[in-house]
Design a protein around this ligand. Structure first.
Ligand code: ADP
Length: 258
């Protein structure tokens, strides 16, 4: 039996197929989220690579911001539940999840069985989210995938004092025109996201181990400065961006095994 989890986020669509033994059969990601053809494209890509089609799928679970707009789903489940399930499966000793996505940040506390006990979220302000990093990479004319690499090359971060994305954008432009070191500016941008996230995380009952999930988990600079701000090692799975989709597939397996 095969289970499909689809995570329709604000900026990306992720899909995972698992069998009933929780073995991953395939996974795909498309950089287009809710309100676009991203969900359809991610399923097409997944089916192409796995040689599967809809008839092979027993249960489909949708999660993420756009989960209600996916009629093929048998269940729609909140991303909090799915991120908890997915990350607990990938990293079973994790008790705190920091999920930094394209437009929001969530911090989840888990019990030893991976059940969520508490969460806090920032979905009001772009600063501290992937959106902030995307805007900054545009100004710097660098690929978002390389931002972490450049941040790690800096001797020190040049701190960004503005707490608003629009003002921070002007600050970065003026730093660039002052001739400040580019990598140090990039490190400062990553540090700014990390500091905002750690302030949010500290409003919860942080318990080790801590993991990062969501697309920003791929940014080594944010992970480094988050680790410094929280004075803790941050665990990261290679499938961190798929945690929600993976959790959705796991939810389907759980529902059908009852
Ligand atoms: P959502 O589920 O809200 O659509 P994701 O969890 O997929 O968002 O995260 C999207 C964000 O992740 C992007 O805004 C971008 O900043 C960041 N991101 C995605 N891929 C990478 C990468 N390879 N390196 C660094 N950051 C990345």
């Amino acid at each position: 039996m095969l289970f499909l989890g689809i995570d329709i986020g604000s900026t990306t669509s992720k899909a995972v197929v698992m069998d009933e033994n929780k073995k991953i059969i395939g996974m795909e990601m498309i950089k287009a989220g809710t309100g676009t053809d991203g969900p359809e494209r991610v399923i097409n890509a997944l089916f192409l690579n796995t040689q599967l089609n809809w008839e092979d799928i027993h249960t489909t679970v949708a999660t993420g911001y756009g989960r209600m707009k996916f009629p093929k789903a048998n269940f729609q489940v909140s991303e909090l539940t799915c991120h908890a399930l997915g990350t607990h499966h990938l990293l079973p000793d994790v008790h705190t999840i920091i999920d930094i996505g394209g437009q929001d940040v969530k911090v989840l506390n888990l019990d030893t069985n991976g059940n969520m006990t508490n969460f806090i979220m920032n979905d009001k302000c772009a600063a501290g989210t992937g959106r902030f990093l995307d805007v900054m990479s545009g100004i710097l004319q660098i690929d978002i995938n390389d931002m972490g690499k450049y941040a790690l090359m800096a001797k020190k971060p040049l701190s960004i004092s503005s707490t608003c994305t629009v003002f921070a954008e002007s600050e970065v432009i003026s730093r660039l025109s002052n001739g400040d070191d580019r990598n140090e500016i990039i490190a400062g941008i990553c540090e700014s996201v990390a500091n905002r996230t750690s302030a949010l995380a500290k409003r919860t009952n942080i318990k080790s181990a801590i993991a990062i999930s969501g697309g920003v988990a791929k940014n080594d600079g944010v992970v480094k400065y988050l680790s410094i701000a929280l004075n803790e090692d941050i665990k990261r799975s290679e499938y961190a961006q798929y945690a929600g989709a993976l959790g959705a597939a796991l939810y389907g397996i759980r529902k059908c095994s009852r």
